[in-house]
Ligand binder design. Structure first.
Ligand SMILES: [Fe+2]
Length: 561
């Protein structure tokens, strides 16, 4: 039974193909169209369906749109219509709410008849899609993405994002194949929206650059923490309210995009981050008392805040925390598909139906023949490597920066060794060098990948953390060996890697360790500023030849400058 999950209502449009509880393919539309996040979250773009991502999913098993038994769309327009006491803050786009809703109600027809001509092969002649169509509440989709692929048979689930239809925060209990809602917080109260508001105030792009605010926070002090906390009213039942305030009345005019950062900006970011951590910890404590389980699953855009996740992991009563790697809205395509797949399966209540998600490599890949044909056709000089891991490790050990393009592309916002730029962490200047290459702000840290079995030797309390969703302190006795990946606060947002997840990437780390004694590399995403991560060999080669890095290792081939 094929189920196709689609996220399209806001942004991070994506498609995921599921067959009987197993992920077959998953990808974000941005990788194919080169428009970051697929589109901006605006009413006028709500009709846009992630056709390229869907086409890729269908191509993976060579099926046609008519072969899909169930379509799962991660937003329920019916929930927009219900009037309740939160109606004052329920409007999403004010005058354009009806347009937004209409687009979503017509999504099945749009998918059936609106496909671009060049993709017609797998779409032409599609029929009766409306009959197979399921709208899944946005937060239910997030929650299903957090719980079903987790390692747990029973877990509490917390979802925090900007907003769904009306809900901004929600709680569930997952047991076996069932999820039960425990409570919701509705608009206009939203910790995610609060973070977005301050992101805008600090001169960044909201619904996109929140992770930059988190990085900025490390440089400040919590002097405005009380101010934030006076506006956030937390209740003992997991609910909360946030006063509507104008940051300009608190701190004066907002920072403009190219203005320099001052201590004020650092302190605002730091105070916001601390207020978020304090608030979420309070709510998580309630959730633990209420559910009496040791396991917690997280998703929603706020769960990409790896500093917050670490605070929950270290300071909450939950013993184990699992975060969906595609915690933002792209992951709702996965969650909606899983929700519908479970509902239509014959799985009984207890036996695990959905397979655990141990990696994120669900995107397109290319064979050596396909890559070499492209290299020859484009007359790009290259050579074939005898031992990809060893040869690449040698280049990295010479302090050169490489593009690393191997296997199936990652699903979710992080490059995790399939579409990565890699470098040695041994010299401190590497951080500035990489920020320069990627044209990123100076304050942005770069993150390490480490052999899973060595993680605890290099990072305090680290063991299994494959998705760059938690930070760990760099061990004091190792700090001077990997200065490039140590953030100003002494931590690093690590990825651990084992051989089952990505054999070649693992072997590369191992070879690098053999040469240098260090089982760590710097891993940053394979893209340049404002661009999505590369997808095809052509994307990789274009990025390589227009950026100042030294080599590209693509499948078995080496390109050098
Ligand atoms: Fe969301």
């Amino acid at each position: 039974m094929y189920t196709l999950g689609i996220n399209a209502a806001f942004h991070d449009s994506a498609a995921v193909l599921i067959k009987d509880g197993q992920i077959i393919a998953a990808a974000e539309e941005e990788r194919f169209t080169h428009i970051k996040h697929g589109k901006r979250p605006l009413p006028f773009s709500a009709y846009e369906i992630p056709y390229h991502a869907i086409d890729y999913c269908l191509k993976t098993t060579d099926i046609h749109l008519n072969d899909i038994e169930n379509f799962a769309y991660s937003f329920d327009p019916e929930l927009l219509k219900k009037s309740d006491d939160s109606a004052a803050g329920a409007s999403i786009y004010h005058d354009w709410d009806e347009l937004f809703q209409t687009y979503i109600e017509l999504a099945a027809l749009q998918l059936q008849d609106g496909y671009p001509h060049h993709l017609q092969k797998r779409f032409i002649g599609a029929s009766d899609i409306q009959k197979k169509w399921h709208y899944v509440a946005h937060h239910v989709a997030h929650a299903a993405s957090a719980y079903y692929p987790s390692p747990f048979q029973k877990a509490a689930i917390m979802i925090l994002d900007g907003r769904g239809e009306k809900v901004s925060t929600s709680y569930y209990l997952g047991e076996g194949n069932r999820m039960t809602e425990l409570g919701v917080v509705c608009m206009p109260h939203s910790l995610g929206m609060l973070y977005e508001k301050i992101t805008t105030y600090l001169g960044f792009l909201h619904s996109s650059d929140e992770y930059k605010v988190m990085a900025l926070a490390s440089y400040g002090n919590p002097i405005f923490m009380d101010k934030f906390m006076s506006a956030i009213h937390l209740s003992e039942d997991g609910s909360y309210q946030i006063d509507d305030f104008n940051p300009e009345e608190w701190w004066g005019p907002h920072r403009k995009k190219d203005d320099p950062f001052t201590g004020l900006h650092f302190d605002i970011a730091h105070s916001l981050q601390k207020a978020l951590e304090t608030s979420v910890l309070f709510l998580v404590n309630w959730l633990h008392r209420h559910t009496q389980t040791d396991n917690l699953c997280l998703a929603g855009g706020v769960a990409l805040n790896c500093v917050l996740n670490s605070v929950i992991k270290d300071n909450s009563p939950f013993k184990q925390v699992w975060v969906q790697p595609a915690a933002g809205d792209a992951g709702t395509a996965l969650g909606a598909a899983l929700w519908v797949d479970v509902a239509y399966s014959n799985a009984d209540e207890t036996d695990r139906y959905v397979r655990e998600m141990n990696h994120v490599y669900w995107g397109p890949s290319y064979t050596d023949d396909e890559v070499e044909a492209f290299l020859k056709w484009s007359k790009v000089p290259y050579k074939k490597l005898d031992n990809v891991a060893r040869d690449a490790a040698n280049i990295l050990a010479q302090n050169k920066i490489i593009g690393w393009y191997q296997g199936r592309m990652e699903f979710g916002p992080r490059a995790l060794g399939s579409r990565s730029i890699l470098a040695s962490p041994i010299e401190a200047e590497m951080q500035a060098k990489l920020n320069d290459i990627k044209d990123r702000e100076d304050f942005r840290p770069v993150a390490p990948v480490v052999l899973e079995e060595e993680a605890g030797e290099w990072f305090d309390t680290a063991s299994f953390s494959p998705f760059m969703l938690f930070v760990y302190p760099v061990k004091e006795d190792k700090a001077d060996k990997i200065p490039a990946v140590r953030h100003v606060d002494g931590t690093a947002r690590i990825q651990t890697i084992n051989r089952n997840q990505h054999p070649l990437y693992y072997d590369l780390l191992h070879e690098f360790k053999n040469i240098t004694g260090v089982p760590v590399l710097v891993n940053t995403s394979f893209n340049t500023r404002g661009e999505p991560i590369v997808c095809t060999p052509r994307d990789a080669i274009e990025c390589f030849w227009t950026s100042p890095f030294d080599a590209l290792v693509i499948n078995s081939f080496l390109l050098e400058k």
